[in-house]
Design a protein around this ligand. Structure first.
Ligand code: ZN
Length: 449
């Protein structure tokens, strides 16, 4: 898709992991990316995208500062080298080198000596969580500040402090990455994750690593849909991407935002604005049949980049997959959201659920019964097992009858699985048998009623 300049993907060195090992491998990738100071622009974001190029064919795009994107403008590029607050003895009492959360993200450069009363308005802490450093940003108003634990703040005396933020805020570009995997048709599945947070693990290195491994697992598979994975800075990145790619968004048939998917909480799916699109129904169906606790939320215009994809002019079929919803865990947007807070088993479980959902969407087709006047004689085609046999056989038989009955060109296989209350894979297997016996033909779209 169009961009203001691109970098061709480089080496792809990391082999795909068997699913059983993928949780640990995803956690390790999150650990590798964790120390990088990311933001909505700058070298940290680029370094992150370049690291992902070792896993998937990711193309990097650069959009110049000042580019108008709908009601917004691509901001100046922010880069930071060092920052500290030193006490009268020259000791770093707040040190960017210890945690990049210590600096308000997008702080303008500053160097000077401050009394405690002058410094205090620039210091941010969390009295209710005194051990943790808060995560703060100031993207669209030029300020500077430091974040520190409340315990650190209380330990500061009425000293004079040397303050240094060695940063730059200059004309540059906004970077994002796109991994496009062509399928049999041009209809697309969009997977989006925000890639702008610094050292925070669940929000959203978890989404970044699951998206990366999901793309990697799809690389070698036959694909009906084309897949487009985008790794973008939150809000401004989604707005920029939609603005640059507006001409092509009609191809998006299904979409998913991945954010906060590595904590130990139960899976949460947030529906698209439309609420009943195939991806909404696929996740609802799979979660209901998962045997695990789960939560399904209705759309609201607050959250992650689904806000942009589901804005009224686009209204795309894009849902959001999370575990514990953002803001509902105390570690959210603090240094408590660290590598201990995300778990290989949770990353693995999220990856498996995404794979199951896309697998379902890949196979959710419309078929037309070629023998709709009464039931076809299945016995002479070897498709009618002895009654009273194993329950699996009975269920397969029931699946064939449901598929034949509802394959009127207006019910896709997921419609049939929902109504029959039969697992989707059995419904799909029945359709393949009936197709093989010439009793069904595939329809590309529902036929008129
Ligand atoms: Zn966040």
């Amino acid at each position: 898709m169009s961009s203001a300049g691109s970098v061709v993907p480089t080496n792809r060195a990391e082999p795909a992991q068997p699913l059983a090992d993928a949780g640990q491998a995803m956690w390790q990738l999150a650990a590798d990316l964790f120390p990088i100071c990311r933001s909505i622009t700058g070298e940290g974001l680029r370094a992150t995208l370049r690291q992902l190029q070792r896993y998937i064919p990711l193309e990097l795009y650069e959009v110049p500062s000042g580019t108008p994107v709908f009601d917004w403008v691509v901001p100046k590029e922010w880069n930071i080298r060092d920052a500290y607050v030193k006490n009268g003895r020259g000791e770093r009492v707040v040190d960017f080198q210890r945690s990049n959360l210590h600096v308000v993200n997008y702080s303008i450069p500053v160097h000077g000596t401050f009394t405690m009363p002058d410094l205090l308005p620039h210091l941010h802490s969390l009295p209710e969580q005194p051990e943790w450093i808060p995560y703060r940003t100031s993207y669209y108003s030029e300020q500077w500040g430091f974040c520190l634990s409340h315990n650190q703040l209380r330990a500061l005396s009425d000293d004079s402090y040397e303050v240094q933020i060695d940063a730059s805020l200059t004309a540059g570009s906004l970077s994002y990455g796109e991994c496009y995997l062509p399928g049999e048709c041009q209809d697309e599945i969009l997977i989006s994750c925000h890639t702008c947070h610094p050292s925070l693990a669940n929000d959203n290195l978890s989404g970044v690593v699951v998206a990366t491994f999901l793309a990697q697992s799809l690389l070698t598979r036959p694909r009906h849909y084309s897949y487009r994975f985008i790794f973008i800075p939150g809000t401004i990145g989604a707005i920029t991407w939609l603005c640059l790619n507006e001409a092509h968004i009609g191809r998006i048939q299904h979409g998913l935002v991945l954010a906060g998917v590595g904590d130990a909480g139960t899976t949460t799916y947030k529906r698209s604005r439309r609420g009943d699109t195939p991806i909404d129904r696929a996740f609802a169906y799979l979660l209901q049949h998962s045997g695990q606790p789960f939560s399904i939320q209705d759309f609201s215009p607050y959250g992650y980049d689904e806000r942009q994809y589901c804005s009224p002019a686009f209204n795309l079929p894009v849902g959001t997959l999370m575990r514990t919803p953002f803001g509902q865990y105390p570690q959210y947007h603090t240094s408590g959201d660290n590598l201990d807070f995300i778990r290989p088993a949770s990353l693995h479980d999220t990856l498996a659920k995404c794979q199951a959902a896309f697998d379902l969407l890949e196979h959710d087709r419309y078929y037309l019964n070629q023998n709709p006047k009464c039931e076809p004689q299945l016995g002479k085609r070897g498709l009618y097992g002895p009654l009273g046999g194993q329950s699996d056989t009975q269920l397969s038989q029931l699946a064939r009858l449901w598929v034949l009955n509802l394959s009127d060109g207006q019910h896709a296989l997921l419609d049939i699985a929902e109504r029959a209350r039969v697992p989707f894979d059995l419904i799909q297997a029945a359709a393949m048998e009936l197709l093989g016996a010439g009793l069904l033909v595939e329809q590309s779209r529902p036929v008129a009623a």
